[in-house]
Ligand binder design. Structure first.
Ligand SMILES: [Fe+2]
Ligand SMILES: [Fe+2]
Length: 473
């Protein structure tokens, strides 16, 4: 059974919003603030319409509708996955109890914090990507950018719904703050570091959607396990949309690697910059940067807060139900990354509950490795011996056990002076960034593509690559 959204309402939703007039009015008064945020902080390229997917349903089939829409008329809505009336909490001290339909008072502050931190990332990425439209490599890519942007906007709606529906006045104030903080702002920055970095070019965008959106996938995966059922159902549906964001990142980098490899073979050289492409070593540096700042998003290797969230049933593990243990972890231990007593990069044994950030980060890293394997298959397929690799977990970290030390990408601890001397080999330099930016000339003509990236194998929703995905204003 599925619930179809009510599109006659101002705010499309499958939560029977019309039955709760107070909530409906509160959200309707937030809506113009959202729209003015979108106008001032959302995509800056003027468009007439864009071929977009709009969520209309949460069922297994046909959950989305595709069509050309003016972006400011996009139907942002509130969609929760179907409720399973028999759902029980799968972990922690409440394991086996029915999932909570109402907010458990004792966990109010913790849940509010988790929702606000998640909610803050959604509009942040829209702000970071605001100016990319002006330099899109094709209309296909432009459309994908806007698709990601409107859905991040919808994810903000998803979190704001929870804040308004369950957290009273404080929740409404937090919802305002979500529009007030801005990525990179001096006085009111976004909460998490990676969401205050710039996304100045399309290589950064693809790296962001590969590495940083993937962090989002893992965070949502843990919240999907939450004993607080409305949060669980919200995140479950967000994950569905998130899959496309991962796809944009994965295939975006595929296509950059493919183009670079093609030119390397054709001209028998690593020096593809003069040929208008991105050299492999620059790709590796971008990868190093985005992977390491995304690792920071998982927090410290050990965390008592996260242990408490787990025990309380607020935030589970990735694939909680598939884990073969007691789902309470009170007697278990885990090896986490740590500095050893003699200051070396190594591991230490801690209580499993304390090490949950490390558990999640490891799931994430092994997922990231899949992309690297893909890109290396493209290089191998082109007959090239070079390979890309993920940097070591200790590399370029600002959060956690390795924040105070320096490490090379292979995980060797190095003195600060060596780091300063050599970091240009490992992280994008101003010269690299300037080169990448110099390639970012817009290709807004139907069926055409920029020289630094290969065209996609397929279009969107069965449409060809040369479809009119975007009509510019
Ligand atoms: Fe999102
Ligand atoms: Fe996303």
């Amino acid at each position: 059974m599925t619930t179809t959204a009510d599109y006659t309402e101002k705010i499309p939703n499958n939560v029977d919003l019309h039955e709760d007039r107070r909530l409906q009015r509160a959200l309707e008064s937030w809506q113009p603030n959202f729209l003015s945020w979108w106008e001032s902080m959302g995509p800056s390229l003027p468009t007439a319409d864009v071929y977009l997917r709009t969520a209309v349903n949460v069922g297994r089939e046909g959950w989305a509708h595709f069509g050309h829409v003016a972006m400011h008329d996009y139907r942002w809505g509130i969609f929760l996955a179907e409720r399973d009336p028999a759902r029980r909490i799968a972990f922690g001290e409440h394991k086996g109890e029915p999932a909570w339909q109402k907010l458990p008072g004792e966990y109010r502050a913790d849940l509010q914090r988790l929702i606000v931190v998640q909610g803050d990332t959604e509009p942040a990425s829209v702000e970071q990507q605001r100016n990319l439209g002006a330099t899109a490599p094709s209309l296909y890519d432009l459309r994908n950018l806007f698709q990601v942007n409107v859905e991040e906007g919808r994810h903000l709606w998803a979190m704001v719904y929870l804040l308004h529906a369950f957290f009273g006045r404080e929740g409404r104030e937090e919802a305002e703050e979500l529009l007030h903080r801005h990525s990179g702002s001096e006085d009111a920055p976004r909460i998490l570091g990676a969401f205050n970095e710039e996304t100045p070019d399309w290589l950064s965008f693809f790296m962001f959607t590969y590495f940083t959106d993937r962090d989002g996938k893992y965070q949502l995966g843990t919240l999907k396990e939450s004993g607080f059922d409305p949060l669980s159902r919200t995140c479950e549906f967000m994950l569905k949309e998130e899959a496309h964001h991962m796809f944009v990142g994965t295939t975006g980098i595929d296509r950059v690697v493919e183009r670079t490899a093609q030119l390397m073979v054709e001209h028998d050289t690593d020096e593809v910059a003069p040929r208008g492409a991105i050299p492999l070593d620059v790709l590796q540096k971008y990868l190093n940067f985005h992977h390491s700042v995304s690792l920071d998003l998982f927090g410290g290797e050990t965390s008592t807060n996260v242990a408490n969230y787990f025990t309380a049933g607020l935030k589970g593990r990735w694939s909680e139900e598939r884990r073969r243990d007691d789902h309470k972890l009170t007697n278990d231990s885990i090896m986490v990354d740590a500095l050893t007593e003699d200051g070396q990069i190594g591991q230490a044994e801690v209580a499993a509950l304390a090490g949950l950030n490390t558990d999640l980060r490891r799931e994430y890293i092994s997922d990231c490795q899949n992309g690297v394997n893909r890109w290396n298959r493209i290089l191998a397929g082109a007959g090239l011996p070079q390979r890309l690799r993920l940097p070591h977990v200790a590399f370029n970290r600002k959060v956690g056990a390795f924040a105070g030390i320096e490490a090379a990408p292979d995980g060797e601890r190095i003195p600060a002076a060596e780091w300063r001397r050599r970091k240009r080999e490992w992280l994008p330099t101003d010269v690299d960034k300037t080169h990448v930016r110099s390639l970012m000339r817009p290709v807004h003509e139907r069926g055409k593509i920029a020289a630094w990236i290969a065209p996609p194998r397929n279009g969107i929703n069965g449409k060809p690559f040369d479809y009119e995905y975007v009509h510019l204003a």
